[in-house]
Design a protein around this ligand. Structure first.
Ligand code: NDP
Length: 424
C-alpha cells in the first residue's frame, strides 16, 4: 500500500508565525537594530533530504526529512529530531528558533536547530525505524557534529534512535563520537537525571513563580495535561512539594479527584497499562477540555501545541500557567491571558530543564567523565532558578508579561553575541 499523506492540520496557527509574532514584540521593545533583526528572523540553514529506506515487505519507500539550523551565534546548534506523520517545514523552522531562544534564556552555549522526518513511527517495525534513522543520519553527516549541530530526541524518537544515530555517525567518521547527540541510553554516554530533567525544570519554575505570587505550594492545587515524560515527572515532583494535583490526563481523557490524585499510583497504573491512564479508577473521568478550564491554582499543559486558544482562554480559571509543552498557548490567546492577570511561565523557560541536562550530557561526554545524579540535579536547579530570576527581572523592568520578557532576555543575549562576532 502506498504511504497515505496525513490530513491537513485544521484550526492550527502557523507555528512559525506564532513564534515570530512574539519575537517581533520583544524585538521592538528592545529596539533591536535592523541588521540583527534580519539575521535572527530567518534560519541560517534549511536542509531537506529524501532518503530511500527498504521496508519489511521488501519495497523501498522514500521519506522526506528536514534539519533546520536557526542560529549558531551562541555555539553549535542543538535541537531534537521529530518523527511524525504531520511534521512540516514551518513547524521545524519554528521549533529550531524556539531552541535558539531556549538555550539563550538558560545561558548555555548553544544555537538552535530542529529536525524532522515525515513518517508514522507507531506503524513502523524496529528494523524500519533503525534503517530510517541511519539513512537520515547518513544524509546529514556533514551537518551533524559535536562542534557543529547536536541532535536529541523529540516526539517519535527516544534513546534507541539516538543510539543508532550516534553509532551511524561514529561509523562514518571512523571513531566513537558520543558527543554528537544527547538523550542517549545511560550505558552509551547518557546523563543521569536526563529522563526527568524537563519535568524537574517545570517543577522548579512552578515553585519560583508561586513564590513570586505569594502562593503556598502546600495550599495550592494543580492540573497537568499530558502524562508522558514531562507531565508525569512534573506531577510527581510538584506533589512531592505539597501541591495537590487534582487532575491529570492523556489522550484517553482526564482523571479528576477532589482529594488529589495519588501520582505514584497513577504512574504505576499507567506503566502496567501499556502507557495509558485509560480505566484508571481512583478518579472521576472528565474531558481534556474540562481539565484545562477547571478551578485550580496552577495549570500545566504538558502534552501538545495549541491547547490554550481563543476558544477556551476566557474560561481558564488558573492563576498560573507553567508551559511544560512547546507552544501550548496560541499567540492569539496571549492578550486575553494578560488581561486576565494570569502569570505564564513560558515554554522557552519552563521546559528548558531538558536542554540544560542535555548540555550536561555533552559536557560529560567531552570530559569522558560521569557526574552523580545529585550534581546534575543541583546544577540544573540552579540554572533554572537563575534563569527564572533573569526573566522575572526583565518582566518588571520592561513591564511586560513573562513570555515577552523571556524573548527579550534571549534575543538580547543572542544580539549582543552577534555584535561581537559580527557579520560579513
Ligand atoms: P510524551 O510523548 O512522553 O507524552 C505526551 C503526553 O501527552 C502523553 O501522556 C500523551 O498521551 C499526552 N497527549 C498527547 N496528545 C494529547 C492530547 N491531545 N490531549 C491530552 N493529552 C495528550 O511527550 P513528552 O512528555 O516528552 O513531551 C510533552 C511536551 O513537552 C511536548 O510538547 C514536547 O515537545 C515538550 N518537551 C519535551 C521535552 C522532553 O525532554 N521530553 C523537552 C522540552 C519540551 P498518550 O500517552 O495517551 O498518547
Amino acid at each position: 500500500m502506498l504511504y497515505k499523506e496525513p490530513a491537513p492540520i485544521k484550526d492550527r496557527e502557523n507555528p512559525f508565525e506564532s513564534m515570530m509574532s512574539r519575537f517581533n514584540i520583544a524585538a521592538e521593545i528592545l529596539g533591536l537594530d535592523e541588521e540583527v533583526y534580519n539575521v535572527l528572523k530567518t534560519p541560517t540553514r534549511q536542509v531537506i533530504v529524501n532518503v530511500p529506506v527498504t521496508m519489511d515487505d521488501g519495497k523501498v519507500r522514500v521519506f522526506e526529512g528536514y534539519r533546520v539550523i536557526h542560529s549558531t551565534i551562541l555555539g553549535p546548534s542543538k535541537g531534537g529530531v521529530r518523527f511524525a506523520p504531520d511534521v512540516f517545514l514551518d513547524e521545524v523552522k519554528a521549533l529550531a528558533a524556539w531552541m535558539t531562544w531556549k538555550c539563550a534564556v538558560v545561558d548555555i552555549p548553544y544555537g538552535g536547530a530542529k529536525g524532522g522526518v515525515i513518517c508514522d513511527p507507531f506503524s513502523m517495525s524496529a528494523g524500519e525505524m533503525e534503517r530510517l534513522t541511519r539513512a537520515y543520519t547518513q544524509a546529514l553527516v556533514d551537518t551533524f557534529g559535536p562542534d557543529q549541530d547536536i541532535p536529541a530526541p523529540d516526539m517519535g524518537t527516544g534513546p534507541r534512535e539516538m543510539a543508532w544515530l550516534m553509532d551511524e555517525y561514529s561509523r562514518m567518521k571512523g571513531s566513537t563520537i558520543h558527543a554528537v547527540v544527547t538523550g542517549k541510553p545511560l550505558v552509551l554516554g547518557g546523563s543521569l537525571g536526563r529522563v526527568e530533567a524537563t519535568g524537574r525544570g517545570v517543577m522548579v519554575s512552578a515553585m519560583a513563580a508561586m513564590d513570586k505570587l505569594g502562593m503556598d505550594p502546600a495550599k495550592s492545587t494543580a492540573v497537568i495535561q499530558g502524562f508522558g515524560n514531562v507531565g508525569a515527572w512534573a506531577a510527581k515532583l510538584m506533589s512531592e512539594r505539597g501541591v495537590k494535583i487534582l487532575g491529570v490526563s492523556d489522550v484517553s481523557g482526564a482523571y479528576w479527584n477532589d482529594n488529589g490524585i495519588d501520582i505514584e499510583e497513577a504512574i504505576e497504573y499507567k506503566n502496567n497499562n501499556k502507557g495509558r491512564l485509560e480505566g484508571y479508577e481512583n478518579a472521576e473521568k472528565i474531558s481534556n477540555d474540562e481539565l484545562l478550564v477547571s478551578k485550580v491554582d496552577v495549570l500545566v499543559p504538558a502534552a501538545v501545541e495549541d491547547v490554550i486558544t481563543i476558544k477556551n482562554v476566557d474560561q481558564i480559571q488558573a492563576r498560573l500557567i507553567v508551559e511544560g509543552a512547546n507552544g501550548p498557548t496560541s499567540y492569539k490567546a496571549d492578550n486575553i491571558i494578560n488581561e486576565k492577570g494570569i502569570m505564564v511561565v513560558p515554554d522557552i523557560l519552563a521546559n528548558s530543564g531538558g536542554v540544560t541536562v542535555s548540555y550536561f550530557e555533552w559536557v560529560q561526554n567531552r570530559m569522558g567523565f560521569k557526574w552523580t545524579l545529585d550534581r546534575v540535579n543541583e546544577r540544573a536547579e540552579r540554572i533554572m532558578n537563575e534563569s527564572f530570576e533573569r526573566v522575572y527581572a526583565a518582566s518588571q523592568k520592561y513591564n511586560v508579561p513573562m513570555r515577552i520578557a523571556a524573548y527579550i532576555v534571549a534575543i538580547d543575549k543572542v544580539a549582543m553575541t552577534y555584535k561581537y562576532r559580527g557579520g560579513f
